[in-house]
Design a protein around this ligand. Sequence first.
Ligand SMILES: NC(=O)c1ccc[n+]([C@@H]2O[C@H](COP(=O)([O-])OP(=O)(O)OC[C@H]3O[C@@H](n4cnc5c(N)ncnc54)[C@H](OP(=O)(O)O)[C@@H]3O)[C@@H](O)[C@H]2O)c1
Length: 313
Amino acid sequence: MLIWVPASWVAAGLAGLPNADVEVVALGRDMGQTGDVGDITVPASVAAVEFYVPSFVASAAGAEVLAKMPRLKVVQTLTAGVDWLRPHLPPGVALCNARGVHDASTAEWVVAAMLASLRRFPVFTSEQAEGRWAYQGTDQLAGKTVLIVGYGSIGAAVERRLAGFEVSVTRVARRARPGVAGLDELAGLLPAADVVVLLVPATAETAGMADAGFLGRMRDGALLVNAARGTVVDTDALTAEVASGRLRAAVDVTDPEPLPPGHPLWSLSGVFITPHVAASTPVSRQRAAQLVREQAEAYARGGPLRNVISGTY
Ligand SMILES: NC(=O)c1ccc[n+]([C@@H]2O[C@H](COP(=O)([O-])OP(=O)(O)OC[C@H]3O[C@@H](n4cnc5c(N)ncnc54)[C@H](OP(=O)(O)O)[C@@H]3O)[C@@H](O)[C@H]2O)c1
């Protein structure tokens, strides 16, 4: 079988796989890669690809190429979110995500972003750059109520990491279950939270979920943390709430993304922005390469694949 992978580190994880030809074809940016990928030429071997691993960073070329793969059976992503590929998936092709691979990195980012925002690290970083000893008190995490909206694999990893921080955690998912509230209870939980963490997938249902009404229900001074997708938040509504000083935000993802120069969000002191880096770490890379190996092995022996997307995410 022919396997296309987007980078040599993914190919290295497949070394020695029997009866497999592995070709590195980069149709988008790799994890940690800056700048453009350059001109993309799709090799003629596209017609023989059976197992395809798209680039880590979403790209139009990486999604559109699916239509040129008549022998394709499996698309295995390196990411948990598959929103950019789903509309391009040919019928009969299995789409598998990397659920679990990025839990540690992303949950770590969430906790780091919470602490940085509450303890005002971005302010102190600016003062340090100016060489100023700007003594001031800060907020803290202890005693806060943290609401996790999208209590899935990463949400649970966030809660595990928060165990020592003396917070109380409330949880919301699509379907209610013991200890986890359903979506219909979200509006009632928002006013009680000091920190609201978004970890839902990008779907039609979650597009614009954190709109003016959602943000308006958050209590004064609360912090919104978005590690999900930019489209889950109404950017204009968030900008207005933070500009007024009523809410604070820490976002790894934005809409539009990348956030263009001059966008009003850049200049708000109540927003901490990172450029979609939550999952871009060596441990995520190592776990992603391992998952690709396990999935290719499972496919080759006709065994069941993990993380097959059967619904909208
Ligand atoms: N910033 C980054 O670098 C980064 C890294 C990794 C992932 N992500 C994003 O994080 C998302 C979550 O990843 P994951 O691995 O934790 O996914 P997951 O395990 O599938 O969990 C998703 C959770 O969201 C809930 N959900 C889905 N639709 C919802 C809705 N309309 N309202 C409320 N809750 C809803 C699900 O509820 P049920 O349990 O009831 O189905 C589930 O609990 C990914 O889809 C990706 O977009 C971002």
